[in-house]
Design a protein around this ligand. Structure first.
Ligand code: B3K
Ligand code: ZN
Length: 856
C-alpha cells in the first residue's frame, strides 16, 4: 500500500522524551520487551502517536494505570493515545510486548543471526522492537537491561552492571531510536585500549564468533587509526568508556553506526591474507572508519527527518574518503571514487530512479540509501570545500559541531554554518541538494595566436536533462578546475578554479605564446559529465604529462572510450592512438603501480552502454562485450612483452601486507595478467593460482580463468580448501556468473543456485550470486531475456523473506528502458511478473512502480 511521505509535511514531535528505559528478556521465539518512556508535553493538547509493527502488546500503562481503551486508536503501524487520556504534565508510559526474533528474516529490528541476537534499527527498525516515537528527531538517553543465559550481552553506552544472566547499560548521550543496538551471544573479543586526546581511556573490543579471532586484528588496527585521525583532522574525540564492534553473518548492508556498539557484516571485519583480498582490506579499513566517524557526523549531530539522510551520509562518506586518501594514495583513491560514482550514481541519475541528494518524497526510506545520497552527497561536500577553501571548510565544520551538538538537523542548518563562517551566499549552491540529474558541461576552446601574445578563450556551458518529477533544471554553481599543459609537456598554467554559475560563461588566458592542451575538471572538481573535444594528440599529451593525476587518468580513459565506441559502431580496428599511448605509458608504469593498474583497466561494459545511450545510440550489449574484448586483445598483443615483464616484476616477495604499496603492485600484476590471459588461454593464470600465496592472487587468477572457461580445477580446489568459510565461498558464488562468458553465465548461475550451500536467505550469499549475474552486463541483458528472468525469479522468491535486500537488488533493472524493443519487452515482462506478486513488500512495490513508470 502506498503511503507517500513528504518533506513538506514535517511537524516537530509534540512531546520531549527525557529518558528511555528498556528491559529485554531474550528468548528466540518469544522475547519480552518492557519499555518505560518519560514524556514531557511540548505542545499542549497533543495526542501521543507511537510507532510499532508486528508487536504482540501485553500491557500499556500511563503512570501505572491502564488508559480507557476508547482513548486508544490503532492505525497501520501506529498507536495513538488521545490527549484527553494523558496527564497535563510529565508522565511515564510503560508497555510490555512480545516479539519473535527467530522468525524475523527481514533482518530489521531484533533478529537472530546464527544463534546471535542482534539488531538493525536504521531507518525504521526500532518499531519492530517496541512502541516508540520512531523518528530521528526524538532523542533520549537510554538505560537498557538485558536478561539472558548467553555469555555476552551488549548494548549502547557504558556498562553499569554485569552478572550471570543480566547486563545493564547506560547511554548518557541522547540518541534517536535508530541508533539503538543490542547483541547477545557466544562471542569472543579481541580487546585493546585507546587514549583520547584529552587522556580518556577507552576500552575497544572487536567481537566475533569463537574461531574468528585471528581474523579480527586488522579491523582493530583500522579502528585505532580512525580514532586518531578524527582527533587530528577534525578535532573530534570519542565520548564513552567503551567502543564495541560486533561481526554478524546475516546483515542487509555493510555495517551500522549504533552509538558505542557498531554492528558489522562479517565480511567487513574478518580478514586474513588467505581469505581476504587487498580490496577487502581496503574496504574494511574504510567502513570501520566510516562507522566510527558517524559518532560525530550522525550520532552527536543527527538528522531531523529521513529526507536529510545525506546530512550524515554524504558528510561521513566524504570524511572516510579523506581518511583513505591520507592512509593510502590520494590520487588512486580519487580515481577509484570517480569510477564508482560513474558506475553507480551517474547510472542512477540517468534513469527512472533518479532523485536529488535530499529527496522531498518517498514511500519507503530504505530505498533511499543510494549512491546519490551517499556518494553524490559526498561530492557535493567536496565541491563546497573547493569553493570556500580548506581553512574556511575547517572553520565551518568547527562551527557545525559547536552549534549543533546534540541536535537533529537539516541541510539548511548545514549550509547556514558555511554561510556564517565564510560570508558566502549559498542559495544557488543549495540546488545541488534539491535537484536531481548529472549536469553536462561543455567546454569549447577558441585560440587566437595574434591576440595579446596568444590568447585562449574557454567557454563553459551547462545543461541538465529532466529527471522524474523535475522537468526544468536551472543552472547550478559548478567549480571547474582547469590547468594548461604545453605541447612539449610542461605545465603552462597551474590549476585555476573556474566557477560556472550561468548557462554559459567565458574565461580568457593571455600571453600563452603557443596553444596549450587544456586539462579540465582536474581532480574531478564537480560531479558532472564534461564534454570537451580534445583530439587524440591532446589526450596522449595529457596521459603522458598532466600534473593532475585524475586528469591524466581521464585522458587515457577518453582514448579508450573513443576506441570502444568506434568499435561498437563497426570500425573494428579503431583505437590505434589508444594502444600507442598505453605503450608509452607502460614504460613508466612501474613507478606508480596502483595508478598504472587503473590506467590499464578498460571501462566497464555498463558504462559504455551509458555513454552510447547519452549519444542517442541504443546500446547492443553483445557488440559492447565484443568490442571491449577485442580492444583488450589488441592491447595485449601490441604490448605482450612489456606486460609479461611487468607481470614478473610486480611480484611481491615476502610476507603479505595489505598496505598501499604492495597492494598496488599486486593490482598492476593482475591487470597485466588479465590482458595476457586473452593471449595465453590461461597458462599464466593457472600457474599463479597454483603458486598463489594469498587470496588477492587467487581471486585475480581465478577471475582470469573463469573468463576463459578454464577454471574447473581451481574452483574444485577452492571448494575443498574453503568449503566451510562463508566469506570465501561468497567469492566462489560471485566470480563465476560475473566473469564467465556472457553466453554461459546464466546457465552457470542456475547451476550454482541449485547447490545445497546456496543459502539464499543470507544476504551476502544472495548478493554474491544474483548480484554477480546482474554485474555481467551482456549476460544480464541477454537478448532472450534469460538474465532478466533469472534475476526476477530470485527477487520474487526473496521478497516475502527479506524486502529490503530484494528492493535494493531490483535496481539491477534501472537501465532497462535504454535497450532495444526486444530486450525491453523481456525486461518489462520480468518486472511485471514481480509486481504481480500477491503480497509484495512496500519496499519492492515502490521500486517497481518507479522502474515501470519509465517504460511509458
Ligand atoms: N547508516 C547505515 C545504513 C543503514 C541502512 C538502512 N537501510 C550504515 C552507514 O551508512 O554507515
Ligand atoms: Zn553511513
Amino acid at each position: 500500500m502506498a503511503r507517500t511521505r513528504l518533506l513538506a509535511d514535517y511537524r516537530p514531535f509534540p512531546f520531549a522524551l527525557t529518558e528511555t528505559r528498556l528491559r529485554f528478556d531474550l528468548a528466540p521465539t518469544a522475547t519480552r520487551v518492557r519499555a518505560e518512556l518519560d514524556f514531557a508535553p511540548a505542545v499542549p493538547g497533543a495526542d501521543l502517536v507511537l510507532d510499532g509493527a508486528g508487536l504482540r502488546t501485553l500491557s500499556l500503562r500511563i503512570d501505572g494505570v491502564e488508559p480507557d481503551p476508547a482513548a486508544i486508536t490503532m492505525g497501520d503501524e501506529t498507536l495513538t493515545i488521545s490527549a484527553g487520556a494523558l496527564p497535563g504534565g510529565s508522565f511515564t508510559l510503560s508497555t510490555e510486548v512480545e516479539i519473535d526474533p527467530e522468525r524475523n528474516t527481514a533482518l530489521e529490528g531484533l533478529y537472530l543471526s546464527g544463534g546471535i541476537f542482534c539488531t538493525q534499527c536504521e531507518a525504521e527498525g526500532f518499531r519492530h522492537i517496541t512502541w516508540y516515537p520512531d523518528r530521528p528527531d526524538v532523542m533520549a538517553p537510554f538505560r537498557v537491561q538485558i536478561r539472558s543465559d548467553l555469555p555476552v550481552l551488549l548494548s549502547n553506552g557504558n556498562p553499569v552492571a554485569a552478572e550471570p544472566g543480566l547486563a545493564e547499560w547506560h547511554d548518557p548521550w541522547p540518541k534517536p531510536a535508530y541508533l539503538f543496538a543490542l547483541v547477545a551471544g557466544e562471542l569472543e573479543a579481541l580487546s585493546d585500549r585507546f587514549t583520547t586526546m584529552t587522556g580518556r581511556d577507552v576500552a575497544l573490543n572487536v567481537w566475533v564468533r569463537p574461531g574468528d579471532l585471528p581474523r579480527a586484528g586488522f579491523a582493530m588496527e583500522a579502528l585505532k587509526k580512525s580514532m586518531l585521525w578524527d582527533e587530528r583532522v577534525y578535532g573530534r574525540e570519542y565520548d564513552l568508556d567503551v567502543f564495541n564492534i560486533v561481526a554478524v553473518d546475516d546483515f542487509n548492508m555493510g555495517a551500522m553506526e549504533n552509538k558505542g556498539l557498531n554492528i558489522f557484516n562479517s565480511k567487513l571485519v574478518l580478514a586474513s591474507p588467505d581469505t581476504a583480498t587487498d580490496t577487502d582490506y581496503e574496504r574494511i579499513e574504510a567502513v570501520i572508519a566510516h562507522e566510527y566517524f558517524h559518532n560525530w557526523t550522525g550520532n552527536r549531530i543527527t538528522c531531523r527527518d529521513w529526507f536529510q539522510l545525506c546530512l550524515k551520509e554524504g558528510l561521513t562518506v566524504f570524511r572516510d574518503q579523506q581518511f583513505t586518501s591520507d592512509m593510502r594514495s590520494a590520487a588512486v583513491k580519487r580515481i577509484e571514487d570517480v569510477v564508482t560514482l560513474r558506475a553507480r550514481q551517474f547510472r542512477e541519475d540517468a534513469g527512472p530512479l533518479a532523485h536529488p541528494p535530499r529527496p522531498d518524497h518517498y514511500e519507503e526510506i530504505n530505498n533511499f540509501y543510494t549512491a546519490t545520497v551517499y556518494e553524490k552527497g559526498a561530492e557535493v561536500i567536496g565541491m563546497l570545500k573547493r569553493l570556500v577553501g580548506d581553512g574556511n571548510y575547517r572553520a565551518a565544520l568547527d562551527l557545525y559541531f559547536d552549534r549543533h551538538d546534540g541536535q537533529a538537523c537539516t541541510i539548511e542548518d548545514w549550509l547556514k554554518v558555511f554561510e556564517d563562517a565564510t560570508g558566502r551566499d549559498l542559495t544557488q549552491f543549495a540546488r545541488w541538494y534539491t535537484d536531481a540529474g548529472t549536469p553536462e558541461v561543455t567546454l569549447v576552446e577558441a585560440w587566437d595566436e595574434d591576440e595579446a601574445g596568444g590568447t585562449l578563450t574557454l567557454s563553459l556551458s551547462q545543461t541538465t536533462k529532466p529527471t522524474p518529477g523535475q522537468p526544468d533544471k536551472p543552472p547550478r554553481v559548478i567549480p571547474v578546475a582547469v590547468g594548461l599543459i604545453g605541447r612539449n609537456g610542461g605545465e603552462q598554467r597551474p590549476t585555476e578554479l573556474l566557477e560556472l554559475t550561468g548557462p554559459t560563461q567565458g574565461w580568457r588566458f593571455e600571453g600563452l605564446g603557443s596553444r596549450p592542451v587544456v586539462s579540465a575538471l582536474r581532480g574531478f572538481s564537480a560531479p558532472v559529465v564534461l564534454r570537451h573535444d580534445l583530439d587524440e594528440a591532446g589526450r596522449a599529451t595529457l596521459l603522458a604529462h598532466d600534473t593532475d593525476p585524475f586528469a591524466r587518468w581521464e585522458a587515457g580513459r577518453g582514448l579508450a572510450i573513443d576506441a570502444l565506441i568506434a568499435r561498437v559502431g563497426g570500425d573494428t580496428d579503431a583505437g590505434a592512438a589508444y594502444v600507442r599511448a598505453i605503450g608509452s605509458f607502460l614504460d613508466g608504469a612501474a613507478a606508480d603501480p596502483a595508478f598504472a593498474a587503473l590506467v590499464l583497466r578498460l571501462p566497464p561494459e555498463d558504462e559504455i552502454a551509458t555513454l552510447l545511450h547519452d549519444r542517442g545510440i541504443v546500446p547492443d550489449p553483445d557488440a559492447i562485450h565484443a568490442a571491449r574484448e577485442s580492444l583488450a586483445r589488441d592491447l595485449a598483443r601490441a604490448h605482450e612483452g612489456t606486460l609479461a615483464a611487468l607481470f614478473d616484476a610486480m611480484e611481491v616477495p615476502g610476507p603479505y601486507s595489505p598496505d598501499a604499496e604492495p597492494s598496488g603492485r599486486r593490482a598492476l600484476r593482475l591487470e597485466a595478467l588479465s590482458l595476457l590471459t586473452r593471449l595465453d588461454g590461461g597458462a599464466r593464470a593457472r600457474a599463479l593460482w597454483d603458486g598463489a600465496r594469498n587470496m588477492t592472487e587467487r581471486m585475480g587468477a581465478l577471475a582470469s580463468l573463469v573468463r576463459v572457461g578454464q577454471a574447473d580445477d581451481a574452483l574444485r580446489g577452492m571448494e575443498t580448501e574453503f568449503g566451510a568459510n562463508r566469506l570465501v565461498m561468497d567469492k566462489f558464488f560471485a566470480v563465476q556468473p560475473m566473469a564467465a562468458a556472457p553466453g554461459r553465465a546464466v546457465e552457470i548461475a542456475r547451476t550454482l543456485a541449485g547447490r545445497p550451500d546456496f543459502d539464499w536467505r543470507n544476504p551476502n550469499r544472495f548478493r554474491a550470486l544474483i548480484g554477480g549475474l546482474s554485474a555481467n552486463h551482456a549476460a544480464f541483458h541477454a537478448a532472450d531475456g534469460s538474465g532478466y528472468d533469472f534475476v526476477a525469479d530470485w527477487l520474487t522468491r526473496l521478497d516475502p523473506v527479506n524486502p529490503q535486500t530484494t528492493a535494493r537488488m531490483a535496481s539491477a533493472f534501472e537501465t532497462w528502458t535504454r535497450y532495444d524493443a526486444g530486450r525491453r519487452k523481456h525486461a518489462r515482462a520480468a518486472l511485471e511478473r514481480i509486481a504481480s506478486l500477491p503480497r509484495l513488500s512496500r519496499n519492492t512495490a515502490e521500486m517497481l512502480t518507479r522502474l515501470l513508470a519509465a517504460g511509458g
